[in-house]
Design a protein around this ligand. Structure first.
Ligand code: A3P
Length: 288
């Protein structure tokens, strides 16, 4: 009996099973043999129970901060916020392989607004492209434009194709494990959003956020109440000041997202969401 050298053997194997060349990690705690060889200082209780999956610029940091204020969550729950999970091609498959029972939380705002917020974010970080091209130039960049410009255009536009990304999550997770937050409501009424969240996560005892979040007129957003009448707001990079989007860019984006937004309404209705966010209705009616 003879065998090919390991490298050759592996090449032959992956020719037959190409899908296995990129490993998908399962949960080591599901198999006692895996558990035995797992690092001693890793525990089966330390995997997240729920994930805030994004997308970027929808209020994920505010939500993360508010969740962390909850005493039961702070002491009993592992959770994670990774805003780029939302639109990653392979992420739903990988998350499902590792955490099939995880609950997922996503926040949605107008995709046009999200695109603009991302542009402003990139610009504030000193990105050369964002500082040399206007938002309108970025979103209208053609496929023959220089790669860095196309990359920025794609990061502005692609995550906002919400229905496409959510459908991918829904091929791996049931609608019951997905909670969609209206990002505009998170800004205007975070107490109610956090109440709904506690119901979704079935977290007890109930934590009344009314005493812990207060609108700060200087910041223009809700902030954490700390001792008496002081508030602690998110940093300067969250809730930035910038000029409003040009009307022509807004119109263009509302048209660009029309089919995606229409698909989103359908998806929401299909999974039993009765309250369609106002921004979604507005985007749809303004684009016609
Ligand atoms: P802008 O800075 O463009 O206004 P993320 O944390 O996902 O990157 O999202 C950032 C966005 O969160 C901000 O975008 C802001 O509009 C929004 N946001 C929602 N609630 C907020 C809060 N309480 N404080 C600050 N920003 C908040």
């Amino acid at each position: 009996l003879s065998s090919a050298p390991p490298l050759q053997l592996a090449e032959t194997y992956f020719k037959f099973y190409p899908g296995e060349s990129d490993p998908v990690w399962g949960n080591p705690c599901d198999d006692s043999r895996h558990q035995k060889i797992w690092s001693k200082n890793k525990s089966c209780d330390s995997l997240p129970k729920f994930l805030v999956i994004g997308p970027q610029k929808t209020g994920t940091t505010a939500l993360y901060t508010f969740l962390s204020l909850h005493p039961a969550i702070a002491t009993h729950y592992y959770f994670e916020k990774s805003a780029t999970y939302f639109d990653g091609e392979l992420v739903p498959k990988r998350v499902h392989a590792l955490l099939p029972h995880a609950k997922l939380i996503t926040i949605l705002i107008s995709p046009a607004k999200r695109a603009y917020s991302w542009y402003q974010h990139t610009k504030a970080h000193g990105d050369v492209i964002a500082n040399n091209y206007s938002f309108h130039q970025v979103i209208t960049a053609s496929d023959t434009a220089p790669k860095p410009l196309r990359d920025l255009r794609n990061r502005c536009l692609n995550p906002g194709k919400y229905a496409q990304h959510l459908e991918r999550w829904l091929t791996f997770f049931s609608p019951q494990s997905l909670h969609i937050i209206d990002g505009e409501e998170l800004k205007s009424n975070p107490v109610e959003v956090m109440n709904e969240m506690q119901k979704f996560l079935k977290i007890t005892p109930f934590f009344n956020y009314t005493d812990h979040l207060r609108f700060d007129p200087k910041k223009g957003f809700y902030c954490q109440v700390i001792s008496g009448d002081h508030t602690k707001c998110l940093g300067r990079s969250k809730g930035r000041q910038y000029p409003p989007m040009e009307e022509k860019s807004l119109k263009l984006l509302q048209r660009y997202y029309l089919s995606h937004n229409t698909a989103l309404v359908k998806l929401m209705k299909r999974i039993g969401i009765r309250n369609i966010p106002n921004w979604l209705k507005d985007d749809l009616s303004d684009s016609s």
